[in-house]
Design a protein around this ligand. Structure first.
Ligand code: PLP
Length: 361
């Protein structure tokens, strides 16, 4: 009896030793992707979901360049205009599907910050930004990744067919009778480009005069588009005479062979800082931070022209491809005013000036 009890304990002890040895050698299971705000030991994500607002060629280019630099991460992106992106983030607030939002004027990033949709991130590469006050949120909710000015693109063939007509060189020129039904611009509810134009006019003319002007200017528009850059393409194809678009998008169309003439409003034009921010509750926070850091590297910011994008970089050490686009009369665009009042200004435009139904592309 004694003997069998002893051998029972010997057997049990041997089994415990085997279990301990096996568990010590077993691989550590991969940690779940981090969804928290920050801190703690962060997991290693193999996926990144990017909400991408610039033109789709650049989004595709950034995806493949990031994947080349980070072979363990697969990037999924959806291209959406600024206003649509903001609506999507609001709707997904309790279960965010995107990890990072890259591109589109910062007015929308300021609105998103105020609505608690973004996560602050003090990237070590924030130090690369050329202007520490203008190109980043003071609490690190967003950073600027490019800069671009608004311009007018006029179809040269249409000008040739209308001798004596000059391309617009002032906001007031847009109200000339020859441009009635000949102007294309995006709708500010969907497009950050169009919202930049709207807020520029309000700043140049003051709110009261500005809204009167906007009423008249909307009466000159042939059709509003969904995407900010689309009017450059349609005007290039001869669907209308003049497009109000970011100047780099007009350059991109000219590069493709479109017969467009680029002019600027001489009394002053608005400009954008293209933003980037991590989504609050991002499920792949570690990968989002990698993208954020990478997007603030000079080599990354010099990739634009490879993908038909001519915005100016925001970081030291990156050379602008088209410096002349910012060497124009730029207004002192008030990003805080335009960001904080975005919903109210867009609602006023949609309800009192032009509804957002029936938008082209
Ligand atoms: N595409 C390009 C090339 C841009 O520079 C910008 C502005 O940031 C956008 C798109 C913004 O798009 P949307 O006006 O459709 O919001």
């Amino acid at each position: 009896m004694m003997r069998s009890v002893r051998s029972y304990w010997a057997l049990a002890a041997a089994l415990i030793l085997v279990v301990l040895a096996v568990s010590a050698c077993a691989p550590v299971p991969p940690a779940a992707p981090s969804g928290g705000a920050s801190g703690g030991s962060e997991a290693v994500s193999t996926e990144l979901n990017v909400l991408c607002t610039p033109q789709v060629q650049w989004c595709e280019g950034m995806k493949s360049e990031f994947e080349k630099a980070n072979p363990d991460i697969t990037v999924n992106f959806v291209r959406m205009s600024s206003g649509e992106s903001l609506t999507r983030l609001r709707n997904e607030k309790d279960n965010p599907q995107f990890d990072i939002w890259w591109g589109g004027p910062v007015d929308s990033f300021i609105a998103a910050t105020q609505e608690g949709l973004l996560e602050a991130y003090d990237s070590p590469n924030m130090k690369n930004l050329k202007d520490q006050k203008l190109y980043k949120d003071p609490d690190n909710f967003w950073a600027g990744v490019y800069v671009g000015s608004l311009g007018f693109g006029t179809n040269q063939t249409w000008l040739d067919e209308n001798p004596g007509v000059q391309p617009p060189r002032s906001w007031d020129d847009l109200l000339k009778p020859e441009f009635k039904g000949q102007i294309m611009v995006a709708h500010p509810s969907s497009s950050g480009t169009s919202y930049t134009a709207l807020c520029t006019i309000l700043q140049i003319k003051g709110e009261e005069e500005g809204w009167k002007f906007i009423q008249e200017y909307a009466g000159q528009v042939l059709q509003f588009t969904k995407s900010g850059a689309a009017p450059a393409k349609f005007v290039g194809q001869g669907e209308a005479a003049v497009g109000i678009v970011f100047s780099h998008d007009i350059v991109a169309e000219i590069e493709k062979g479109s017969p467009l003439v680029l002019t600027f409003p001489e009394e002053g034009t608005g400009y954008e800082i293209g933003g980037m921010g991590i989504i609050k509750g991002a499920k792949h926070l570690d990968a989002a931070k990698k993208w954020f850091d990478w997007a603030l590297e000079p080599t990354t910011q010099e990739l634009g022209p490879k993908y038909e994008s001519y915005q100016a970089p925001t970081v030291e050490g990156a050379t602008p491809s088209r410096p002349e686009l910012l060497e124009v009369n730029l207004i002192d665009y008030d990003f805080d005013f335009c960001g904080s009042n975005k919903s109210a200004i867009v609602d006023k435009f949609t309800n009192e000036i032009a509804a957002a139904d029936d938008l082209k592309e």
